[in-house]
Design a protein around this ligand. Structure first.
Ligand code: G6P
Length: 619
């Protein structure tokens, strides 16, 4: 949800900023812009509607020199996506340029006030208000940029990560954050001085340095060419920067020969999950080791219930987690849309454990939900993929997915990573609570260990989905059905199709079909049924009969060797047998591939579907 890049040092800034924007493009891609100060002290701003490549084209032949700059890729909130509303925004005198990620909630009131004081605006954005406010503070308080930013931000309600250039001080870069992420990378120039990089996440930085500082809420930083980095809070109290070493490599950010990140990430799942369970699942000793649970086992043994807050795909994995934890641990689990939870005055008690599930660790609603839970004294557990992310830092403890950076906007490996992590969590709590028999615990540990190999098998044995998917290029609707553990898989399958192919799709618990959706079924309607030969198999078979007798097209996910459902279906995907609770980890794979290939056959941009962004840092 908007990406920010910045640089100050000895190198030419433009190539660093453009490469960084490409890496951050998953956060927003409706417009992009860049601001530089050249050796003559000219502060320029270039902006273009569309992708970063459109910006690159638009600056051809223009002066993009300079060793200091900021850049932005936008996901529109206030004002339509066009070059005027794109960032960076100039202040009235054009002495300042600013990029922003987040939402300034009181921007209207601030704008009215500034207009009364003679300031004029070019765009409809909340961001322009911010840069004008900073300039207004500089003028009225006759102070420097840093102080003006502090004063301005004290008047601001909302979320922000910002970076600012000042024409009259071309040797310094100022940035600040609250609610939206911002990372400072610290590198070394050829002359041995420090140089600084800025990024909404680590992906634009890792190429140059692995030494980073995660800016905290309400912190402002100033960096200059002498290598000075000062951080204070809004009240001007000096903060000590904590330098962290990034554990990430560049290969993880490249497509590695695949046409899209999404396909790469689908195929990466077996290895990603091996990394996720490494050191946590011990088949020799039949043990599960999650330090977050071991260190806080009393919280889990004594809690009255667990509440899981999440959004989007993460909400679907949370639902699978609920089924597993309730079954294994005998603890009631509620799964909440974070956006609803945060505003509906929920009952939260100190003996509740609240788990936030979030790939990015930055989703604004999920972050707000756990902040609310914290105020009520609940114990907070984070399940995130992005290391050092806001949710990971705001929770008391947690577990990282360790599935590597996920770049494709439609989540795939993070979903299976979340599901397996929630299963590990359930097993770890069950062990402490002794809530399942030991032999069952051992069986589950053994089976979970086999899942990555079974995922690999699933990928290898469904290779013709690409040809099959073309049949659905012109379909307008899809229904996805599943029962028990596979109901959330139906939801996730439908979401994947909607997100990247723009075909309308609904996921339902299979038995609910007769309470409404069955009216939609005719020979035009493809119905994807997850029908493994496990619990409720016979019941799902009956549901398939009901669809068939109404001439619906059946696409099924079946267990290898099951000829019954296969023969009833127009098309089948096969998965190996596994325990009910782990079927989602396999069944979702053909559904991910189906959505991918349907989207490809429709000519969609699967990695950057329209209107979506990977990291939703606004509510
Ligand atoms: C966006 C993404 C989804 C994701 C959701 C929650 O909508 O496009 O893929 O599931 O946000 O994101 P989180 O980072 O909290 O898992």
């Amino acid at each position: 949800m908007c990406g920010i890049v910045g640089y100050i040092g000895d190198q030419e800034a433009y190539p660093i900023l453009i490469k960084g924007l490409h890496r951050l493009e998953y956060r927003g891609y409706d417009s992009a812009g860049i601001s530089l100060i050249n050796a003559q002290g000219t502060l320029s701003v270039y902006k273009a509607k569309g992708k970063v490549s459109a910006l690159e084209k638009s600056v051809e032949g223009k002066d993009v020199s300079g060793t200091i700059g900021i850049a932005h890729t936008r996901w529109a909130t206030h004002g339509e996506p066009n070059a005027t509303n794109a960032h960076p925004h100039f202040s009235q005198s054009k002495n300042l340029s600013l990029v922003h990620n987040g939402i300034i909630e009181n921007y209207k009131a601030l704008r009215t006030e500034l207009e009364k004081n003679g300031m004029t605006f070019c765009s409809e954005t909340d961001t322009e208000v911010l840069v004008q406010l900073v300039e207004y503070m500089m003028n009225t308080h006759r102070c420097d940029l840093y102080t003006a930013v502090q004063l301005a931000l004290k008047n601001v309600i909302g979320a922000y990560a910002i970076a600012i250039l000042e024409k009259s001080h071309p040797d310094q870069l100022v940035c600040a954050r609250k609610g939206s992420p911002l990372i400072i990378g610290v590198g070394t120039t050829s002359s041995g001085r420090k140089e600084f990089y800025l990024g909404s996440d680590a992906t634009p930085i890792i190429e140059y340095t692995n030494q980073v500082i995660y800016l905290n809420d309400e912190e402002i930083a100033i960096m200059d060419r002498t290598g000075r980095l000062d951080i204070t809070n809004l009240s001007n109290v000096k903060q000590t920067p904590q330098l962290v070493t990034l554990q990430m490599n560049l290969d993880q950010l490249e497509k590695g020969g695949y046409p899209h990140f999404m396909l790469k990430e689908i195929w990466e799942q077996p290895n990603a999950l091996r990394t996720c369970i490494r050191g946590r699942l011990n088949v020799v000793d039949k043990d599960v080791l999650l330090s977050g649970i071991i260190d806080h086992k009393d919280k889990f043994i004594n809690c009255r219930r667990i509440i899981i807050c999440a959004c989007g795909t993460s909400w679907h994995s949370a639902l699978i987690g609920k089924y597993f934890i309730e079954e294994a641990c005998q603890i009631p689990v509620e799964v909440e849309y974070a956006s609803e939870f945060r505003y509906r005055n929920p009952v939260i008690r100190p003996d509740d454990v609240v788990i936030a599930v979030s790939q990015s660790g930055e989703t604004a609603d999920t972050l707000a939900a756990i902040q609310l839970a914290k105020e009520h004294g609940a114990f907070l557990y984070g399940i995130c993929n992005v290391i050092g992310s806001s949710i990971a830092r705001a929770t008391h403890t947690g577990t990282y997915l360790h599935v590597g950076p996920e770049i494709g906007v439609a989540s795939t490996k993070a979903f299976t990573g979340q599901v397996i992590t929630l299963c590990l969590l359930g097993l770890a709590i069950a062990k402490e609570k002794k809530s399942i028999p030991e032999d069952l615990f051992h069986l589950l540990v053994d089976e979970l260990q086999k899942i990555p190999d079974k995922m690999q098998w699933t990928l290898e044995n469904n290779k013709d989905i690409d040809k099959f998917a073309q049949m659905f290029t012109y379909c307008k609707n899809f229904i996805y059905l599943g029962r028990g553990y596979n109901y959330p898989v139906a939801l996730e399958g439908a979401l994947k199709l909607k997100e990247i192919s723009y075909i309308h799709a609904e996921g339902y618990p299979a038995a609910e079909m007769k309470h409404g959706p069955i009216a939609l079924i005719d020979e035009e309607m493809p119905v994807v049924v997850i029908a493994p030969k496990r619990g409720m198999y016979e019941k799902v078979v009956s549901n398939i009969q009901e669809i068939k007798s109404r001439k619906g097209k059946i696409i099924s996910v079946v267990t290898e060797g099951d000829e019954v459902v296969k023969n009833m279906s127009d098309y089948s995907f096969v998965i190996p047998d596994t325990r009910d609770c782990f079927v989602p980890l396999l069944a979702v794979i053909p559904l991910q591939l189906l959505s991918y290939y349907v989207a490809i056959s429709k000519g969609r941009n699967v990695d950057q579907p329209r209107n979506l962004a990977k990291s939703v840092t606004v509510e």
